[in-house]
Design a binder for this molecule. Structure first.
Ligand code: FAD
Length: 462
């Protein structure tokens, strides 16, 4: 019999922590899980799930407009922000309950409290002051939005956390950042009728994504009426007498808005966690350092998900949890696979992508073939919406393997999931060519681009 109170103690009840706790408990192990806020973590409570619900809500305006081209006349439509928030909160509450139930059904012990390490085997339940011991400890405390603390007036700004609970829909919003969270919220607010400006210090939004998609989305967003300011940042934010915010940029422009939102990166939740007491090492960004098996430098302490700052996505946190269980409780050492992760940006139009960008592939391989199609999707013919779809396959000329697949347009996220399988399976362009098209769809372009649009040889387009 173990001399510890628990076989496993998990700190953090989000995507990674709940999966690690629930599945380990289902193996008959004694598991404790502590969550300081709400079970479900970032993804369920203030990330992927409410965000996607907002995305759906924001798409209706265009659906109503597009309907006319198909013979419908839609009456005057209005939008009620409070109703959306209420419905979203109900759904989030339901999911939170399911996460909790999954732990309870498997007889894990739940602590609704912050937890901190006392030493390598001891955890303090902050709410009660109680301490418990565990043979193994998993830290899955996730991350939080980074705020620009040195910026004058930053306290007037909000992060994505608050965006989910605004009392009223702003008339105008300025969003600082160029990553997927900033871009998605810009599209959400614009779709809901908010005058939206995106301000980003980089040369183009969505760094590390394929250049074609970045430029294509930028153009599409501007065409819809979202203002995008590049290579500039806020220098100060002031609250005016009428309650509105004035954000002055480095280049001297003043943006007036009811809300200013920062989506400028997330920070790992490692502060005051007692990691120093247990001797757990952090990297220069404050993320927990782990080896290939998510083990920290302290042999019985593991870390997974966003707190390790490997790839900040829910399926990755869950995968890392499953690998931890395989390794530690099923005697089958398995390290997480971070290669070829398909992903989406739920902008409007959407991005779906897997594998290398053209820029990265051109650097890595002596010669690549680029298959590219840009076209007006069928739905847009009758709706009259001027929106182009881009599809792109990148092929390593040496072995014909598809090393990148990128889509901009409706349902691109759904397509990326399936493309992820083909790239993971190592499919070649010839496999794509041998595959029958599904007609009429947009995705049939993926199997009907027979000749390369161009090649890149030794970094030069030919
Ligand atoms: P989290 O889910 O963040 O869970 C950590 C939990 O630990 C939290 O509940 C926190 O309260 C708790 N905690 C922290 N410290 C303590 C402590 N000391 N004691 C007890 N509890 C503690 N990913 C996608 O894959 N697709 C998306 O579309 C997507 N959209 C996103 C949109 C937004 C706006 C944001 C912010 C994130 C989004 N993500 C998305 C990322 C995704 O939410 C995270 O990658 C994922 O939640 C990470 O899971 P995790 O278990 O590492 O951490």
């Amino acid at each position: 019999m173990s001399s510890f109170d628990f076989d496993l103690f998990v700190i953090g009840g989000g995507s990674g922590g709940v999966r690690a706790g629930r599945v380990t408990a289902s193996l008959g192990k004694k598991v404790g899980v502590a969550e300081e806020y709400r079970f479900g973590g970032t993804c369920v409570i203030r990330g992927c799930v409410p965000k996607k619900l907002f995305v759906y809500a924001s798409q209706y305006r265009e659906h109503f407009e597009d309907a006319a081209g198909f013979g419908w006349s839609v009456g005057e439509s209005t939008f009620n922000w409070e109703k959306l928030i209420e419905a979203k909160d109900r759904e989030v509450g339901r999911l939170e309950g399911l996460y909790r139930l999954g732990l309870e059904n498997n007889k894990a012990t739940i602590f609704d409290s912050r937890a901190e390490l006392v030493d390598a085997h001891t955890v303090k339940i902050v709410k009660t002051g109680q301490t418990v011991t565990a043979e193994r400890i998993v830290i899955a405390t996730g991350g939080s939005p980074g705020m620009p603390e040195t910026l004058a007036g930053h306290q007037y700004g909000i992060s994505s956390n608050e965006a989910f609970h605004l009392k009223e829909l702003p008339k105008a919003i300025a969003i600082a950042g160029g990553g997927y969270i900033a871009v998605e919220f810009a599209n959400i607010f614009h779709g809901l009728g908010v005058d939206t400006t995106l301000i980003y210090r980089g040369m183009e939004i969505l760094s590390r994504f394929d250049g074609d998609l970045r430029r294509g989305l930028h153009k599409a967003m501007e065409k819809k009426g979202i203002r995008i300011i590049l290579e500039d940042v806020f220098e100060k934010i002031e609250k005016r007498g009428d309650g509105r915010l004035a954000g002055t940029t480095l280049k001297g422009e003043t943006l007036l808005a009811d809300q200013i939102m920062f989506a400028i990166g997330r920070r790992p939740n490692t502060a005051n966690l007692g990691l120093d007491r247990a001797g757990v090492e952090l990297d220069e960004k404050g993320a927990i350092k782990v080896d290939l098996y998510s083990r920290t430098n302290v042999p019985n302490i593991f870390a997974l998900g966003d707190v390790t700052d490997r790839v900040q996505l829910t399926p990755v946190a869950i995968h890392e949890a499953m690998c931890f269980i395989e390794t530690e409780y099923r005697n089958n050492p398995t390290s997480p696979d971070h290669e070829l992760i398909p992903t989406a940006v739920f902008s409007q139009p959407e991005i779906g992508t897997v594998g290398m960008s053209e820029e990265a592939a051109a650097k890595k391989f002596p010669e690549i073939e680029v298959y590219r199609a840009e076209f007006r999707p069928m739905k847009a013919t009758l709706s009259g919406r001027v929106e182009k779809m881009i599809m792109k396959l990148l092929v390593n000329a040496a072995d014909r393997k598809v090393v990148g697949a990128h889509i901009l347009g409706h349902d691109a996220g759904e397509m990326a999931q399936l493309l992820g399988i083909t790239l993971k399976a190592g499919c070649t362009k010839d496999d794509f060519d041998r595959t029958m098209a599904v007609h009429p769809t947009a995705s049939e372009e993926l199997v009907t681009m027979y000749a390369p649009s161009y090649r890149i040889r030794n970094g030069e387009r030919v």
